[in-house]
Design a protein around this ligand. Sequence first.
Ligand code: AMP
Ligand code: ZN
Length: 119
Amino acid sequence: MAGEPQADCLFCKIVAGEVPATVVRETETTVAFRDINPQAPTHVLVVPKAHYRDAATLAAAEPQLTADLLREAGEVAAEDKVVGTGYRIVFNTGSGAGQTIWHAHLHVLGGRGLDWPPG
Ligand code: AMP
Ligand code: ZN
């Protein structure tokens, strides 16, 4: 069923507490944790607790949950004090764009200068 946990999904395991992560925020519908391979001083992943393969699939199925993720990105940025200097929210979508984990997640990147366009 749409949104159900997947046994072979790393982020479902982090949501379930079966794989450890440095969780910075949790709500009824989302979990935010530090990326294991940070690309910036602030590099946090925000994921829905429900499993969807990518951002577009999530948005089509659950608009409110998609909004929850974006709101949480803002909360993470505020807690890490990167709002003033700016931060980036990224959804890599598809392997050609660098998506490696097929459970929707956004990256919050900040705390350093961020080039545009990204590589
Ligand atoms: P993406 O390439 O957009 O699919 O992002 C996946 C991200 O997950 C990468 O930035 C990885 O460094 C990160 N990642 C992989 N395994 C873990 C983990 N166990 N805990 C935290 N972040 C992870
Ligand atoms: Zn999952």
